[in-house]
Design a protein around this ligand. Structure first.
Ligand code: R7I
Ligand code: MG
Ligand code: MG
Ligand code: MG
Length: 307
């Protein structure tokens, strides 16, 4: 595997935040008019991130803090996520995770708080996958990245599909980060590696469908029908992966494709942007977007600590 450079670590975090901030104005729309997206890309206003990036920043800071020792302290991480929500509840949080954060802030252990909803099963939403990409910078192998991802997910998402989706996104980020940028991305091998760390029938079905869709190169609206565009892990992580695999060497196009899928646009674009940025590096991201990104300086500093 190719070693992580500072530029690619920055690309991973900045790509995540760009997808989140550019996608946020379109969240919840059934479809996205390309002209509206162009207008958003060219607007002079600052690019403000939502909960996806806010929680990715918390996770990245946690990983940087515990790099030389335990890597991940779940009890502490749960409180750090809940603190971030309490400090900035206006960041576009969904309906599910804030309920868990409320219980954690009230002193309920995360193991109980995460099972207090959805008939004791916990959430199968994409709220842990959307924030997980920094784990790829701390993982020492593909399996280690997937394992750390599952542990980071568990503090808010007890449901197996919430955790499978988080492992899938972290493993994809790990593979993107360590891929050889001087050669075309080997898509079948990439999907095969993901299937090894996400051992679940519904996920294997999605990965098979992605392989077929990469060959057919569908319009974004068709990807929404074929793979989903909602806030569930199974209905968004594979879609983000497709957006990346169709545009592995053009992060801006991966982000555009993910937004045009519609639905959970900030989250799908954040996940696609993290994967593409990890492969291309920050230097390949559009400078005009980065200049507008409010959190860019903080994200660069964290990437440098993690690389
Ligand atoms: O924080 P959260 O509610 O939502 C994340 C989303 C992202 O799009 C962010 O950008 C932000 O806008 O919100 O996180 P999750 O707990 O992951 O849940 C996401 C959604 O999945 C919830 O709002 C529920 O609608 C849905 N969901 C479920 N629905 C039914 N049954 C999750 N688990 C279940 C379930 O078990
Ligand atoms: Mg969001
Ligand atoms: Mg979202
Ligand atoms: Mg360093």
């Amino acid at each position: 595997t190719t070693p992580i450079t500072r530029d690619r670590a920055r690309g991973l975090l900045l790509g995540l935040a760009l997808g989140d901030a550019l996608g946020a104005p379109f969240e919840g729309r059934d479809s996205v008019d390309p002209a509206d997206l162009v207008a958003e890309e060219l607007a002079p206003s600052g690019l403000v991130h939502t909960d996806d990036t806010a929680l990715a920043l918390v996770l990245a800071e946690h990983l940087a803090e515990h790099r030389e020792t335990t890597v991940l302290e779940e009890d502490l991480l749960a409180r750090e996520f809940a603190d971030a929500w309490r400090a900035e509840p206006w960041r576009g949080y969904g309906s599910g995770t804030p309920k868990v954060f409320g219980l954690i802030n009230a002193g309920v252990p995360w193991r109980d708080a995460t099972r207090a909803f959805y008939q004791g099963q916990g959430s199968f939403g994409n709220g842990a996958a959307m924030r997980v990409a920094p784990i790829a910078l701390a993982g020492t192998s593909l399996h280690h990245a997937a394992e750390l991802a599952r542990r980071s997910a568990a503090v808010t998402h007890a449901h197996k599909h919430g955790q499978h989706g988080t492992a899938c996104q972290a493993a994809a980020a790990y593979l993107a980060l360590h891929s050889d940028p001087t050669h075309p991305l080997p898509v079948p091998a990439f999907l095969h590696d993901l299937a090894r760390v996400v051992r679940s029938g519904p996920w294997h079905e999605k990965l098979d469908r992605i392989a077929e869709l990469v060959r057919r190169r569908p319009e974004p609206q068709h990807a929404a029908t074929a793979l989903g565009n909602d806030a569930s892990a199974l209905g968004s992580v594979p879609t983000a992966l497709l957006a990346f695999l169709l545009n592995p060497d053009r992060a801006n196009d991966a982000i555009r494709y993910a937004i045009r899928v519609g639905g959970d646009t900030d989250t799908i674009a954040a996940m696609a942007g993290a994967l593409a940025g990890a492969r291309t590096g920050a230097a390949a991201l559009p400078a005009a977007w980065l200049r507008r990104l409010a959190a860019a300086r903080r994200l660069r500093a964290l990437a440098d600590r993690l690389s």
